[in-house]
Design a protein around this ligand. Structure first.
Ligand code: AMP
Ligand code: GLY
Length: 425
């Protein structure tokens, strides 16, 4: 069968790799893809970025499954448009994607279906929001400020003080995040260790993947600003069997009940960002797609066909999916441009990828492009180096051996990915 993947980052590279390893897949297209993906799939830039163009291309190439990587096209309704042409899609409908596209909607959903989450309030008025910040701090609680809409991962400010929270509120309402900040969600600051729980659902059943943990902060020891994610590992030992059972009961099953009751057409991944607090797991956010970089740690552990998993989800046959996972943990390290998460310095030649791969790691491309026949960095997150090992210590050591072989001017990466799991050992 011919398959088409939408997106062009490290996550999509990992998805394309999994599909390439699936015996059922004949032609593999990726729109737009990247130079790494181009080694295993046909990368296509569509002349128009409209949703109809995606459906037209899929129909013309006799694509039997479209897999959507990022949240933006899902929130725009690409799954609905392609499905209307009779082509199966892995990814929720526009209505389902609101669970990521609007934090206010997502919080209302969690409240309605008793999914454990932080206390919150939503505001469209700056003065009222500032009053709420004041009263929360007076009551001894911290506040996290979230722009309601999609803001490319930048719309969440974990304030370190009341003044910082107030500043973030003002900044949201003054248009820093555009229309995404017209509604501001103020949430109680929770403490604990985070984990990412991804599950497949078709609206009839829900099936978790292996657990993982991201590293959101830019610098070692979880210092510096929040980023899209600087590295990940799987499994996350903080997710014990007992905790996973609790998450299944209080988050995943209630999520399923909620999408059924709301009649949301949801065939794809639900990603629950969890804070493991002293009082139990709390959902920080829902994402409606695979996590990045979690996917680059999770999918290399999948031993069965990724195509089978994605196709059965798209066809509402999740109950028939049987996944086999490697017991070996995996660790992936993000290599970023100097300046990330701000405007990074770009256009420098990247060397050493082949040597790294020869050492046994997988190098996923996230923000690379070709310039005058040379591979250069062209995004904030540039490469994701993934490795597995007999235990998490071995996996991390191997990933960093790969990282050490790769160079470009200004490259930045964290040196402590998987530190929590390693410290537990
Ligand atoms: P989100 O996009 O909502 O996951 O937020 C990005 C990051 O901000 C999360 O991964 C957390 O590290 C942090 N965060 C979000 N909400 C909270 C909260 N209520 N308490 C503490 N940290 C939070
Ligand atoms: N790794 C966080 C995300 O994908 O949103």
């Amino acid at each position: 069968m011919n398959v088409m993947v939408l997106g062009g980052g490290g996550r999509e590279h990992a998805i394309c790799r999994g599909l390439r390893l699936s015996p059922e897949v004949e032609k593999l297209f990726c729109v737009p893809g990247n130079p790494g993906i181009a080694q295993i799939a046909e990368c296509v830039t569509l002349p128009s970025c409209g949703l109809a163009a995606v459906a037209d291309f899929a129909a013309e190439k006799k694509v039997g499954l479209v897999v959507v990587g990022p949240e933006l096209p899902l929130c725009e309704g690409v799954a609905d448009v392609v499905r209307a042409r009779g082509i199966p899609v892995f990814g929720p409908s526009k209505a389902g994607a609101r669970l990521e596209g609007s934090k206010d909607f997502s919080k209302q959903f969690m409240m309605k279906y008793h999914i454990p989450t932080a206390k919150y309030a939503s505001f469209t008025d700056c003065a009222k929001a500032l009053e709420y910040v004041k009263s929360e701090y007076a009551a001894g609680r911290g506040v996290v400020v979230k722009a309601d809409g999609l803001a490319a991962g930048k719309g969440v400010i974990v304030a370190a003080s009341e003044a910082e929270a107030a500043e973030a509120v003002r900044s949201c309402f003054s248009g820093t995040f555009g229309a995404a900040g017209n509604v501001v969600v103020l949430e109680e600051l929770l403490h604990g260790e985070e984990a990412s729980i991804l599950a497949l659902t078709d609206g009839k059943s829900i099936l978790p993947l292996v657990s993982s943990q991201d590293h959101k902060r830019l610098l070692d020891d979880d210092k510096g600003p929040n980023t899209g994610g600087m590295g990940a590992y799987s499994p996350a030992p903080v997710v014990t069997e007992a905790l996973m059972n609790e998450i299944t009961e209080t988050v995943l099953k209630r999520f399923l009940k909620g999408i059924q009751a709301e009649k949301l057409d949801y065939r794809g991944i639900i990603y629950a960002g969890i804070m493991v607090t002293k009082e139990g797991p709390r959902v920080l956010e829902f994402n409606v797609r695979f996590g990045d970089p979690e996917t680059e740690a999770i999918l290399p552990r999948l031993e069965s066909s990724l195509f089978d998993v994605l196709m059965k989800t798209a066809e509402c046959r999740v109950s028939e999916i049987g996944m086999r996972w490697s017991d070996h943990p995996s660790v992936c390290v993000v290599m970023a441009s100097e300046g990330y998460p701000g405007e990074g310095k770009k256009g420098f030649e990247i060397t050493g990828i082949e040597e790294a791969e020869a050492s046994g790691v997988i190098v996923f491309h996230a923000g690379t492009s070709m310039k005058d026949g040379k591979l250069v960095n062209s995004g904030g997150r540039v490469l994701v180096v993934s490795a597995s090992g007999a235990d998490v210590v071995a996996a991390a050591a191997k990933a960093y051996e790969g990282v050490a072989r790769i160079r470009w001017e200004g490259v930045h990466f964290r040196r402590d990915i998987a530190h929590r799991a390693i410290r537990r050992k």
